[in-house]
Write a protein that binds this ligand. Structure first.
Ligand code: NAD
Length: 486
């Protein structure tokens, strides 16, 4: 039977949601839009409060049932199997993501490979998280156990659906939690595909439940559900505040990853040839819709003009087009996001626009395309240099010395990622300490995004850490056992 959608290669019905191991049709649907054309291409399930109730109950049953009794080694094997199956279907997943999110195919494929890598990493780590014994009073033996929270809620945005599902659900499952996942309404297809693959790989019923739908309906119901024992949220600061308030009402821990305004600080002694690809790519990757995008480039004044000129050359060569054309940039996710980004760009005085990229002539008229823009020399307190634009735009700002560089770099409400380009080892060490960020990169940016590297912010960028081993501690609870035996 043909599926009610026009997405090539889709092998399932996106109006079905996974609850307790069963794919259930949603009672209502939402349109699925292709951001490259603006056209409707299918119907997505619109989960209700009742669906969330059922998913939380199914997760709770799994937690105390088969899934709860699965050994750490077996959990690791299941995750590793999911990883292999994701890798085998990486091209299918990439095509789904390209249609759903507008992500250029190569970038979508990289996300699918990263999803597989999260499963491999957390599969391997599942049976390596250990408690400890604690020397204590005579007649006692004391040890600690690392136990799952129980039911974990995962609310995921649209910009990197596969990577964010991988890092948060992967770590939670590795520790034995049972998950309820609410993907973004703009980008749910690969989360549903992932859940199909995980089920085929032998993940027991209820260990992973997926309820699609709107943030203010399904998302809000999940965040405030008293049966959820831990919340993991990635998205906007405004919604992050609501999630934290909901978590506070139920007194449950919450991990928030809320974006940033991440700087790259370029000193006069930097190897500019090495730095230049990172300076631009870290800003325009995924059309700038990246929480760890580097949207501010700070340059020591003696090389400022040179950096602006060389970045401008790169910007003029950037092309924006449909996801399937696989150019450097695809469209933004939605008309709403395009309007927000264009609103920001309109505040740049024309004289400060150092360069623009271009939208290809045959890009469909209904797609949400924005030409990338490089802005030179705005005041550090200009909105373009302070606010998360979440689109393809970067500002370049000069600084006089190390103290001014640190002051500007730390001078926003965010603190997610920062990088330093300099040949001086002493300066690298100083700035690694002085910069206010969850990750600092020295003579690189992002280090290839390795799943092994703990990630998260300070300030308005959020709190808690995902990725790496650190996430396993976040998705578990430490219990102290003290035995008195004389
Ligand atoms: P958002 O915060 O509204 O949505 C993220 C997720 O939260 C989605 O799954 C959404 O359904 C859910 N959600 C929305 N309202 C909710 C509520 N009341 N209760 C529970 N869940 C809710 O983000 P957005 O609207 O998609 O994007 C807006 C801005 O957020 C962007 O411009 C960008 O600045 C930022 N953003 C940041 C990241 C990041 O990685 N840090 C990702 C996406 C968006």
């Amino acid at each position: 039977m043909p599926l009610p959608t026009e997405i090539p290669g889709l092998w399932f019905d996106p109006a079905e949601m996974l609850i307790g191991g069963t794919w259930r049709p949603a009672s209502q649907t939402l349109p699925i839009e292709d951001p490259s054309t603006g056209a409707g291409i299918g119907a997505l399930g619109r989960g209700t409060t009742g669906d969330i109730d059922a998913a939380v109950a199914a997760a709770d049953a799994a937690r105390w049932g088969d899934w709860g009794r699965t050994t750490a080694t077996e959990r690791g094997r299941i995750l590793a199997r999911i990883g292999r199956m994701v890798l085998a279907r990486a091209d299918d997943l990439a095509r789904l993501e390209a249609a759903d999110v507008g992500k250029p195919l190569k970038q979508a494929k990289a996300d699918a490979v990263a999803l597989a890598r999260y499963m491999e990493f957390y599969g391997g780590a599942a049976d390596k998280v250990m408690g400890e014994t604690i020397p204590y009073l005579d007649g006692y033996t004391v040890y600690t156990l690392r136990e799952p929270h129980g039911v974990t809620g995962h609310i995921v945005p649209w910009n990197y659906p596969m990577q964010i599902v991988g890092r948060s659900v992967g770590a939670a499952l590795a520790m034995g939690n049972a998950c309820v996942l609410k993907p973004a309404e703009e980008a749910s297809l690969t989360a549903l595909a992932f859940a199909r693959i995980a089920t085929e790989a032998g993940l027991p019923p209820g260990a992973l439940n997926v309820v699609t739908g709107l943030g203010e309906e399904a998302g809000s119901a999940l965040a405030s559900h008293p049966g959820v024992h831990h919340l993991s949220f990635t998205g906007s600061v405004a919604v992050g505040r609501m999630i934290q308030a909901a978590a506070a009402a139920n007194v449950v821990p919450v991990t928030l990853e809320l974006g940033g305004k991440s700087p790259q600080v370029v000193f006069a002694d930097a190897d500019l040839d090495a730095a230049l690809p990172f300076l631009v790519n870290a800003g325009i990757q995924n059309a700038g819709q990246t929480c760890s995008a580097s949207s501010r480039i700070l340059v020591e004044r003696s090389r400022y003009d040179e950096v602006v000129a060389r970045m401008a050359d790169r910007y003029r060569a950037l092309r924006v087009g449909p996801a399937m054309a696989d150019l450097e940039l695809g469209p933004l996710i939605s008309a709403r996001q395009k309007a927000v980004v264009e609103g920001f760009l309109a505040t740049a005085p024309e004289a400060s626009v150092a360069a623009r990229g271009s939208i290809v002539a045959d890009a469909p008229a209904g797609g949400h395309y924005v030409a990338p823009m490089l802005v030179a020399g705005p005041a550090p307190d200009h909105p373009l240099a302070q606010d998360e634009i979440f689109g393809p735009a970067q500002v370049v700002i000069p600084f006089a010395d190390e103290d001014e560089a640190v002051a500007i770099a730390n001078g926003t409400q965010y603190g997610l990622v920062a990088s330093v380009w300099t040949d001086s080892g002493a300066r690298q060490m100083r700035l690694a300490k002085r910069l206010r960020a969850g990750q600092v990169f020295l003579n690189n940016y992002g280090a290839g995004g390795g799943v092994e590297l703990p990630f998260g912010g300070v300030g308005r960028s959020g709190h808690g850490r995902e990725k790496g081993f650190e996430a396993l501690y976040g998705f578990s609870v430490l219990k102290t056992v003290a035995a008195r035996h004389g």
